[in-house]
Design a protein around this ligand. Sequence first.
Ligand code: ADP
Ligand code: MG
Length: 341
Amino acid sequence: MTEIVALARRKKWPFSSRSSVAQLLLAFGLLSSGSVLAHGGGPVPSASRLAKACLSAALDAINRRAEDVLIAPHMQDLSGTALRLEEVGNGARAIQLSLGRRYGAGYFGSVYRIESHVGDIQVPAGFDGALAAKFPHSERYLGTTLQYASRENASEYRNYRMILGRVPDIEASAHYPRNPPWPRGGIPVIPIFDRITTARETILIKPAIENALSLKQLARKYGSLDERGRFIFNPPARLRESLREIHAFVQAVADAVPSQKKLFSPLFGAGYHADIRQPNLMWIEDPEMLRRLGYDPGRPTFILAELSQVPANYPMYRADITSADQYEEGLLDYLEREIGK
Ligand SMILES: Nc1ncnc2c1ncn2[C@@H]1O[C@H](COP(=O)(O)OP(=O)(O)O)[C@@H](O)[C@H]1O
Ligand SMILES: [Mg+2]
């Protein structure tokens, strides 16, 4: 069992200047990232393909640099620690978590395997797999939680519940994919089983997605560089189909779900524009993992790590701005850079 190294996490320190600087830097990184102007599209739909490709490559480089320079070295890695979480409200639960390895980290948080826990965590009846916990980032040196990252977890949960409540409307959209592999009444997003709100932060509990291929692994499994350095990608047909299902699903969400950020609705329309940039895609082939999630075990699929809104609700992935073909090209560009790393 993991040794308990930190039973009580340090209190937040809201006035830390280091914290504010890190928050500003993270906000800058986010805004300058490909999430605003990602591959295959751009602010000016008529821009030439070459210009768009250069722009998206530059933004992607900034994005990665921000992650490598600002986030990875400066945020806490909680893998291998044990924590006691005291919930405020909601029955005032006390939950002890032993965290295993870190599955991944994004702009806002890190996701860890839960090795064991004591206390009540809500898990759907019949779910028999491992769990994961998504913590908002904390600074490494002072241990202060980035409060906007914690708010992002809280809004991820709210939006997830809200979107699940709209599934009948989403399924009624003309854009909804035919015969998708995810369970009826569901969405192609890692489910959020529970949310724990402490005085310090909001933590999300999800099923652990095991044996999924990261995009780098995907690039290596089905791709190679030829002698001239060109990327050759030969995935199963199902991969392309799955990508199209995700793209179609996001169109259906925009049709059926009202935006939570109204400021730009007069410009961009009232729909909810989900952020499906490449790092939020996970490819699952393992039939056992598919079964655990209630998917058809015979149909490998992409699943989204989260369904948050594109910054400013810019309709980045609407079909008239990024078509399904362009979304696919964007993935290819991304994989090509992953394999080259
Ligand atoms: N439930 C999970 N099981 C395994 N890995 C996960 C899980 N959720 C997320 N990940 C990995 O962690 C990364 C960051 O998670 P994500 O929720 O996208 O955080 P952020 O909001 O910071 O972008 C993902 O890109 C994915 O690789
Ligand atoms: Mg993410």
